[in-house]
Design a protein around this ligand. Structure first.
Ligand code: NAD
Length: 515
C-alpha cells in the first residue's frame, strides 16, 4: 500500500503543483508530513471521476457494498496499531482516546451500516385504501442514492467525525468526497488507502485535502453536504448549500450541561464528570462543559472531582497507558481555553486545580477545575473545548434545567440521580438533541440512536434510520395495474358525476367527531 505521503502526488500527477499544508504533531511541535491543498479545478476533476464511478458502485447492491465495508472492518482490526499511531501523531491525543473514539467507533460503524443499510433503505409499500382517488393503486417508496456526497470534517476526531460520516453514504450507494480538516488530514488519507485496498472501486471514495477554501469549492460540486465543525463555518456552509440548492446537514458545537441531583451516586457522577470533561483533552463536541450540582451534594462532589483531576497524568502520548490527558490539538484552541479561564477568574471564579498552559514543547493545558462560576462568564456560555470543568452550586435540579437551557447551544445534556423517573422527567425538559440519565457521551456509540443538535448545535442528525436516508433521494412510485377506461373525475365534467364525488367525500370524511 502507498504511504499517505505518496498518494496525493500519484493521484494528482496531471495537475499543476498545488500549495501544500504542513501537518504537525501537537504534542511535540514537529513537522510530520505535508499534503497538497487542492485547487477548484482539481476538486472539479475529483468530482467528475466520482460521478462516473457512482453508478457502478450503486450496481454492487447492498450485498456487494456490505462485503467491501466488512472487509474494511477486518482491515481496521488487523491494522489497529498503525491507525491509532496516525491519529495520535496528528492530534496529540492519547492512544486510549484514539482507540475508543476514532478506532472503536469506526470499526463498529463499518459493520453496522453494512448490516443496517438494506433494512433502513428497503423499499416500502404504503396503503392506498384511505384516498378514493388513489384507491387500488400500488404505492411504493424507494430510497435512491443521492449521487455524490461531500463530507467536511473537523480535527478533534479525524476518523470518527470525518470518515465515520462517509460510511452510511457509501453503504447507500453514493460516491463520496471527504474534505478533512487541514489540521489532521493524514487519518483520512489512511482511510482512503484502506478502502482502495479493500476493493472499493476507484474514485468512489476520495479524500480532498485543503483548507476552508477547498471545503467551499467542494460544496459547489456535490449533491449533498454533511458538515461537522464550528457554528460560524456551519453558517457559511449552509449559505453555500442554499446557493447550490442541495441538502445540508450540520453537526456543530455544544456547551453540554451536567446536572447532578443530591440523591445521585456521587462517586460515579464525580468519576464521570472527570472523564467526560477531560477525555480527548476536552476536545469533544459532546464533552461535559459545565456542571450544576444540587446544594446538598455540592461540597462532596467538588472534593471528589478535584481529587480525581489532580491525579490525572498529562503529557506527550508516547505509548499505550503513558498518560491520561494528551495535547490540545490546535494552538489557537489553547488561546481560547486560556482566555475562558482568565475571563472566569477575573469575574470571581476560583481555580481549584490547573488553570495554566503547560510550558515546554507542544500544546498543553492543565486539567482545570473551577468553582464560584456563573453565567456572566464565557466558560459557562461558550464552547471552551479544552480540559476544563466549571462547577456551579444550584438550589435544586429545576434551577439546573433553567441554567442548562440558558444557552444558544443544544447538543447534549446529562442528569444524574438515583430516581430514574425524576431523571427522565428532567431529561424531557432539557433543550438538547440527546439527554443521558446517569451517563454521558456513550450514546454516540449506540449507532441506532439518532444524534444531532438543537438550536445553534446543528441541523439534522447522524445514526439511526435518518443517518442513512439523508444520503438518498426519495422516489415514490404509483403503479396502476387494472383501471377503468376513463376515471370518473376525468373530462368531460358533468354535474351528476361532480355531485356523486362530493357525496363520496362526505361519506368518507363526514363521520369524524366535530370539535
Ligand atoms: P471548523 O469549523 O473550523 O472547520 C471544520 C471544517 O470546515 C474544516 O475541514 C475546515 O477546513 C472546513 N471549512 C472552513 N471554512 C469552510 C468554508 N467556508 N466552507 C466549507 N468548509 C470550510 O471546525 P473545527 O475547528 O475543525 O472543529 C471543531 C468544532 O467542531 C467544534 O465547535 C466542535 O464542537 C465541532 N464538532 C461538532 C461535532 C458534532 O457532532 N456536533 C463533532 C465534532 C466536532
Amino acid at each position: 500500500m502507498a504511504s499517505v505521503e505518496e498518494r496525493p502526488a500519484a493521484n494528482l500527477a496531471d495537475r499543476p503543483p498545488p500549495a501544500t499544508i504542513r501537518v504537525e504533531n501537537p504534542a511535540s511541535g514537529e513537522l510530520i508530513a505535508t499534503v497538497p491543498s487542492l485547487t477548484r479545478e482539481q476538486l472539479a476533476s475529483l468530482a467528475a471521476r466520482a460521478r462516473a464511478a457512482q453508478p457502478g458502485w450503486e450496481a454492487h447492491g447492498f450485498d456487494g457494498r456490505g462485503r467491501v465495508l466488512r472487509r474494511a472492518q477486518r482491515w481496521m482490526l488487523d491494522n489497529a496499531d498503525r491507525i491509532i499511531e496516525v491519529v495520535v501523531s496528528e492530534t496529540g491525543k492519547t492512544h486510549e482516546d484514539a482507540q475508543l473514539a476514532d478506532f472503536g467507533y469506526t470499526v463498529a460503524a463499518l459493520g453496522f451500516w453494512a448490516r443496517q443499510a438494506p433494512r433502513y433503505l428497503a423499499e416500502e409499500r404504503v396503503p392506498s385504501w384511505n384516498n378514493p382517488i388513489a384507491v387500488g393503486k400500488k404505492l411504493v417508496i424507494r430510497y435512491a442514492p443521492i449521487g455524490l456526497v461531500g463530507v467536511i470534517g473537523p480535527w478533534n476526531f479525524p476518523i470518527a467525525n470525518s470518515f465515520g460520516d462517509c460510511i452510511p453514504a457509501l453503504a447507500a450507494g453514493n460516491s463520496v468526497i471527504l474534505k478533512p480538516s487541514e489540521v489532521t488530514p493524514l487519518s483520512s488519507l489512511l482511510m482512503e488507502a484502506m478502502m482502495r485496498e479493500c476493493g472499493l472501486p476507484e474514485h468512489v471514495f476520495q479524500v480532498a485535502t485543503g483548507g476552508g477554501g477547498a471545503g467551499a469549492d467542494l460544496i459547489a460540486e456535490v449533491d449533498c453536504v454533511m458538515f461537522t465543525g464550528s457554528g460560524p463555518t456551519g453558517r457559511a456552509v449552509i449559505k453555500a448549500a442554499a446557493e447550490a440548492l442541495i441538502p445540508c446537514y450540520l453537526e456543530l458545537g455544544g456547551n453540554d450541561p451536567m446536572i447532578v441531583c443530591a440523591d445521585a451516586d456521587l462517586e460515579r457522577a464525580a468519576n464521570a464528570a472527570t472523564f467526560y470533561s477531560m477525555n480527548n483533552s476536552g476536545q469533544v463536541c459532546i464533552s461535559v462543559e459545565r456542571c450544576y450540582v444540587e446544594q446538598a451534594a455540592y461540597d462532596r462532589f467538588v472534593e471528589q472531582v478535584t481529587a480525581n483531576v489532580r491525579k490525572l497524568r498529562q503529557g506527550s502520548p508516547d505509548g499505550i497507558g503513558a498518560v491520561d490527558v494528551g495535547a490540545v490539538t490546535l494552538s489557537s484552541q489553547l488561546e481560547i481555553v486560556d482566555e475562558h479561564v482568565r475571563d472566569a477568574v477575573a469575574k470571581g471564579a476560583r481555580v481549584l486545580t490547573g488553570g495554566h498552559r503547560r510550558p515546554g514543547p507542544g500544546h498543553f493545558y492543565e486539567p482545570t477545575v473551577l468553582v464560584d462560576v456563573d453565567h456572566s462568564m464565557k466558560i459557562m456560555r461558550e464552547e471552551t473545548f479544552g480540559p476544563t470543568l466549571p462547577i456551579m452550586r444550584i438550589p435544586d435540579a429545576e434551577e439546573g434545567v433553567r441554567l442548562a437551557n440558558d444557552s444558544s447551544y443544544g447538543l447534549q445534556a446529562s442528569v444524574w440521580t438515583s430516581d430514574i423517573g425524576r431523571g427522565e422527567t428532567l431529561a424531557r425538559t432539557l433543550e438538547a438533541g440527546v439527554v443521558c440519565v446517569n451517563d454521558a457521551q456513550i450514546n454516540y456509540s449506540a449507532l441506532n440512536l439518532p444524534m444531532g443538535g438543537w438550536k445553534a448545535s446543528g441541523l439534522g442528525s447522524r445514526h439511526g434510520e435518518n443517518g442513512i436516508r439523508k444520503y438518498t433521494k426519495i422516489q415514490s412510485l404509483l403503479v396502476t395495474r387494472r383501471a377503468l377506461k376513463r376515471e370518473p373525475f376525468m373530462f368531460p365534467y358533468r354535474a351528476r358525476r361532480t355531485m356523486t364525488l362530493r357525496r363520496l367525500f362526505r361519506i368518507l370524511y363526514g363521520r369524524g367527531k366535530r370539535d
